[in-house]
Design a protein around this ligand. Structure first.
Ligand code: FAD
Length: 399
């Protein structure tokens, strides 16, 4: 029995190692990733301001996976022929009995003219290092800054985190007084986060914005970006010398090149609550690659839902469980719709943090809490240390 996993960061590596751990020699598990290293993406927000080096948050994949009996292939998957059950990569082809797709996002820089040319993006190691260089340059000639998210974005939390970390960095560099700091977001109110907010979330974020003297613009899209300014959908223009905006995500080219996957226009995989493909019984998806429709009412400016690390890990485990059951001939599937997965997240605010906890990501919720911690970002650092420890040891069964 051959299980092939494409994409091996949070979701894919969890699924691959869990299947191998539970089925042992009876299954051949191969994981294809275009990147030799695991990367702990949530700490990328600290790379531009020099609080982390990229090497601090990377773990080479091959050794960890080999120890767990998973074959690692360093290659880029180009497309899948779902009828022939073959994945084509840049260097070869791989057949499978079960295919798990966990390829994460592709960033849509084409959503706004000028976005790619004139804004920074912190979501990749390369982007985070380029942002660091840009900030060094900015330090010598400070001016207004725009941070935020464009229309269609879903990963607002990371942009909020970068905003507050950058504000602290500006103070540390002793240039804060020379900088007008603006936050722009398609959310109808601060702290919507694509999950229709949390109790006290808006009030807490407003307080942070006032405290740190940040001008915020909600319910706005972006029309155009130039080297000197950001033009908003409401017609106003904000001058800026440095910009970091979170664009929308879509599925990667591998998915777009594979019409057999029958994906919607956003190129995310349509799945059942078991994370099995809606129509292809031996294709599964986990993590950010899963199509998740917003359940909140869209306002004037559209935006998406957050697909964060915890649900990515959970869906990796659900897929592992269900692939194992299927291989064993058990019909019963574990089902965990994305919106019903508990919310567990920390929003860093520059050596401060807000802990976000809820029994389910989407409403209705039985409980939902946002707990501010203004002393230090202890939990964010703890989560990073825990995940790095877990990744290095391949302990995929841990939460
Ligand atoms: C800046 C930033 C900060 C964030 N902060 C947080 C946070 O604080 N907390 C939180 O919970 N979440 C956070 N997130 C979200 C979190 O990073 C994602 O939820 C998580 O990375 C999704 O995991 P995944 O395994 O589905 O996808 P990814 O982590 O994106 O992994 C996808 C993998 O697929 C591989 N791949 C893609 N295409 C191919 C291909 N064609 N062939 C081979 N391999 C391929 C990639 O190399 C990658 O290894 C943040 C995101 C960003 C961008």
């Amino acid at each position: 029995m051959k299980v092939l996993v494409v994409g091996g960061n949070f979701a894919g590596s969890t699924a691959a190692m869990e299947i191998k751990r539970k089925l042992g020699k009876s299954v051949d598990v191969t994981l294809i990733d275009r990147n030799p290293d695991f990367i702990y993406v949530p700490s990328l927000i600290w790379v531009p301001i020099g609080r982390r080096e990229v090497d601090d948050i990377m773990v080479p994949r091959e050794k960890v996976l080999a120890k767990k009996g998973v074959k690692f292939v360093l290659d880029t998957a180009v497309k899948v022929d779902t009828e022939a059950q073959v994945v084509h990569t840049e260097k070869g082809k791989y057949d499978y009995d079960h295919l798990i797709i966990a390829t994460g996002p592709k960033v849509r820089f084409d959503v706004v003219p000028g976005l790619k040319e004139h804004t920074m993006y912190i979501g990749t190691p390369v982007g985070a290092m380029q942002t660091r260089e840009k900030l060094e340059e900015f330090k010598r000639n400070p001016g207004p800054i725009v941070i935020g998210a464009t229309q269609g974005a879903g990963c607002m939390g990371a942009a909020y985190e970068f905003l507050f970390n950058l504000e602290k960095w500006l103070r540390d560099q002793k240039i804060r007084k020379k900088v007008d700091l603006h936050w722009i977001t398609p959310e109808p109110y601060l702290g919507h986060f694509g999950i229709d907010g949390m109790p006290l979330g808006e009030a807490m974020l407003k307080k942070f914005m006032d405290l740190f003297n940040i001008t915020y613009h909600t319910n706005v899209g972006v029309e155009e970006i130039t080297a000197e300014k950001v033009v908003l959908s409401n017609g106003s223009e904000i001058e800026s010398r440095f910009k970091m905006l979170m664009p929308p995500f879509t599925g990667v080219d591998f998915i777009e090149n594979s019409p057999g996957l029958n994906c919607p226009a956003n190129q995310f995989i349509p799945t059942l609550p078991s994370y099995r493909h809606e129509t292809l019984t031996n294709v599964w998806a986990a993590g950010l690659a899963v199509n998740v429709a917003p359940t909140f009412e869209q306002g004037e400016v559209p935006f998406g839902v957050p697909k964060t690390g915890y649900p990515s890990d959970v869906t990796g485990k659900v897929v592992a469980h269900n692939v194992i059951n299927t291989i064993k001939g058990i019909d019963k599937m574990e089902e965990k719709p994305w919106g019903e997965i508990p919310g567990l997240c920390v929003m860093d605010a520059g050596e401060k943090e807000v802990i976000i906890l809820s029994n389910s990501l989407f409403k209705p919720r039985v409980f939902a809490l946002m707990i501010p911690n203004v002393i230090f970002d202890f939990f964010k650092v703890f989560l990073e240390k825990y995940f790095m420890w877990k990744l290095k040891r391949g302990l995929s069964y841990l939460p």
